[in-house]
Design a protein around this ligand. Structure first.
Ligand SMILES: Nc1ncnc2c1ncn2[C@@H]1O[C@H](COP(=O)(O)OP(=O)(O)OP(=O)(O)O)[C@@H](O)[C@H]1O
Ligand SMILES: [Mg+2]
Length: 296
């Protein structure tokens, strides 16, 4: 059974939902139509797999990723995670699913609260979920509110500090970073903080929405390698959204190619990049004249 199954997912943004919805000029240009951002997408992602999602700007990649995590509501279709219906989940089930499924954003700066110290930022999910991480073995017994990593109780300051310190180590930042603020860090370091925050709840599945697109190539390569390493350490499954064919070829097991809300090609990273079947995939490959991706 796949870890994640999408069936006939649809997202329509209604015409009147946009910023310029009521402007006469928008109507005059005929731009007051509903936007079918994701159109009937079905996709299975296996546990431990990295699924790449590529396609040109505006084709619906972020919309798809956000719908899976219920950050935006779906218009139609189903999302099944570990056998559970994500879109229908309520209360306790939804809380648990929100822990199991996380997201890493493109712009690390915009996604970090500038007034919070790094320690607060990355441990906030533990506070929100009321989870105390275990430092040793001692598996939790409460199956609904906790798992083998946590017990369901408000975390103490020392426990939070310890969890934050462990995450800093995992993402390759110095412990002293915990006392500082986001603006004191470079783009790559901020992305490491964003990753630490996403992983502190020990999710099973992470949507990486263009996590290296805003970074210099060499810094991005370090983050790509970190994501690879963390996948092994924490047993993660990724949906990795990217514009860059070389990056997805390097990182992903399989690649889904999206065009105007639909998946037009799906195959192994090797097949899709070396022997693309769809005309659009060939166009995408031709449009990325980047050199072979060489991780540092
Ligand atoms: N909140 C919204 N309201 C109305 N339309 C939206 C909204 N968000 C996205 N869209 C539209 O839906 C389509 C898909 O957008 P989406 O952001 O998912 O694309 P994307 O593939 O992630 O693009 P990019 O590569 O630029 O990040 C676009 O036409 C976009 O304009
Ligand atoms: Mg996007």
């Amino acid at each position: 059974m796949p870890l994640l199954s999408l069936r006939n997912l649809v997202k329509v943004y209604p015409a009147d939902a946009g910023v310029f919805a009521s402007s006469k000029s928008a109507r005059a240009r005929g731009s007051n139509k509903d936007v079918r951002a994701v159109n009937n997408v079905s996709l299975d992602i296996e546990a431990g797999e990295t699924m790449g999602l590529v396609g040109e700007s505006g084709c619906g990649k972020s919309t798809l990723g956000r719908m899976i995590l219920r950050l935006i509501p779906a218009t139609a279709g189903t999302v099944t995670f570990n056998g559970e219906d994500v879109l229908a989940a309520r209360s306790t089930t939804l809380r648990r699913l929100r822990r199991d499924m996380q997201i890493i954003f493109q712009d690390p700066f915009a996604s970090l609260n500038p007034r919070m110290r790094v320690e607060e930022i990355i441990t906030e999910p533990l506070v929100i979920h009321g989870l105390t991480p275990h430092s040793g073995g001692n598996p939790a017994t409460d199956a609904v509110h906790a798992n083998e990593n946590f017990s369901a109780s408000p975390p103490s300051k020392p426990k939070l500090h310890q969890a934050a310190t462990e995450m800093m180590r995992a993402v390759g930042l110095d412990e002293s970073a915990l006392r500082r603020y986001p603006h004191e860090f470079s783009g790559g370091q901020r992305q490491r903080i964003g990753i630490a925050r996403a992983l502190i709840l020990r999710p099973k599945f992470v949507v990486c929405d263009e996590p290296v697109s805003a970074l210099d190539v060499s810094v991005g390569a370090q983050i790509v390698n970190l994501l690879k390493e963390l996948q092994r350490t924490f047993g993660l499954t990724y949906l990795f959204i990217s514009h860059s064919m070389p990056v997805v070829r390097y990182l992903c097991d399989r690649i889904a190619v999206m065009r105007q809300g639909e998946i037009v090609e799906l195959g192994s990273a090797e097949q899709v990049t070396a022997q693309p079947r769809h005309e659009y995939t060939r166009t995408l490959l031709a449009a990325t004249p980047e050199p072979e991706y060489r991780p540092v």
